[in-house]
Write a new protein. Sequence first.
Lengths: 306, 353
Amino acid sequence: MLRFIIRRVVIIIPMLLIIVTLTWGLIRLAPGNFYTGERKLTPAIEQNLREKYGLNKPWYVQYGRFLRNIARFDFGTSLKYEGQSVNQILWRALPVSAALGLTAYLLALVVGITIGTLAALKQNSWIDYATMSLAMLGISIPNFVLGPLLVLVFALTLFWLPPALWNGFPSKSVILPALTLSAIYIAYIARLTRSGMLEVMRSDYIRTARAKGLSERQVVFRHALRGGLLPVISFSGPALAFLITGTVVVERVFSLPGLGNYFINACFNRDEPLIIGIVAFIAVAVLVFNLLVDISYGFIDPRIRY
Amino acid sequence: METQTLNCSNCGAPIRSGAAQCLNCEASVIKAPAEAAVAGDTHEIVTGEIVAGSSLWRDARRRLLKNKIAVFGMTVVILMALASLIGPSIIQRATGKSYDFIPRSSSETKSFPPFRGPDGRFSWAHPMGTDVAGRDILARVLSGGQISLMVALISTLVSLLIGVSYGAIAGYLGGSIDDVMMRIVDVLYSLPYVIIVIVLLALLPAKTPTGQLIQLFVALGAVSWLTMARIVRGQVMSLKNQEFVLAARATGVPAHKIIFRHLVPNALGPVIVYATLTIPTVMLSEAFLSFLGLGVRPPRVSWGSLAAEGAQSLAVYPWLLIFPGLTMALMLFSLNFLGDGLRDALDPQMRRD
């Protein structure tokens, strides 16, 4: 187990390297830079700027410096938001995205597992059909359509909730974005739970549990859920990556000052330090989260040995 | 395999040609092979190869057609694809205006609600209304469907090409090559590649709208082949020790021919199923990128870019978002149901109950 964890932690480092190098390479390959397109610069100013950012050195010197800075978590200062370091922006945007993502994720887990289990226990009943059709609908409606539709109904017609912007974490402004973001996960988790539970409910150990005379509730909650939720757990690793792409759209739809919104703006503005900072940050988050999921797998399913 | 020998479809025993009954199980009257192959009765006797080849697909078709919700999905997909294919040209013929036509008069260059003419009264001219420039939404949705479907199909093909080759090669070669190849897939699996795609499309935009489309095909295809590679590898691994592969190898067929002529065709069922399920995912990714302004660019439109336009003026002209958005949702809904149905039909073991 320990060896497995060490091996997985060690492999994170080259993966991270690949991601940031790829991003760095793309930025270098792209024609122009942050300053093209804005005002025309005099050659002297351009020369000074190139010197300041080390752009006049050969690429391997730039790359080496880039890696050294990354290793120290120093991404430099943003080009667009002058005077603010990338780290400052990251730490300001992270709480927004994290609050949104976690709320959506918890919502998805609770609702998804509940309706998935219900559908499995009442297989082929109207509950089953209704929830599974709803789940398919949840998978099929893109979040950038669902979000504006929810705004239209709950904010612009009923005036119950604010249509956009962020008012801090526990506030009404979280509800619509979190709902929009979680819809597809509710759907996925409900489907996964249902199929996992259906498979488990037919297995021998459930029959044994029933034969021991356990009540149906004990059979479901103590025995079946533990096995039936394995697919859900293995989904939660990739789910984080999905969640991040989801937040990009949702933060844009609701104009939230989160990582996703900053990321897209940085891409459009060619704010290179900020792009690299956010990509590296997201990559670390995804890789670490995947690792945690894999480790937790071993604890939940005793059949898995590393 | 001898294609001339008849086999009883009931018990599989060979039958002398011209005999009226199967000697083994005494099953019913024999029909002419061609006739029997067409009809669906299991007691008929058909030629050896057709039994093995067609009955899998015929069974699958029967199971698929019995699945009402899959048939619904298939019908909707076919209808919408047809409408997107021929709709824009019909509208152009009928009205003389393309999806990108902007009226000259200023009284018409604004957004009308569905079924409303410029005078505010009921009119058939624009069943989905017009956008802020006075362009017909129906024509735009249909023509956006063309692009969305095209991107989804071609990107899926790209991912199919990469995934099937990669998975089949890894599965067939096995050993340490397989280990390394699958390790790479594992690594790629946990990368937030959409982020890289966004960086790629934002920083290296193609010069022309067509170039942008090609970039989209490649970018989307290149990030969606991983699961396909795993599925094909698993299939190939279970197939490669069977006699027909051994026979091919013994007769000196080179590895690449064994992989692509013998193994891949036999793994086609799961490949088709997964490809059908990839189409909606890719379509969603395209829409996502177009929504962010990174995908399909004007003058071309896709459902994603139309929804992006619509989301901007949501409060005033909600129909600009509702029609493209719901059209897309209906398409994805139907594609997902069709994919699920195909999975149940082609691969009963993978069935999700």
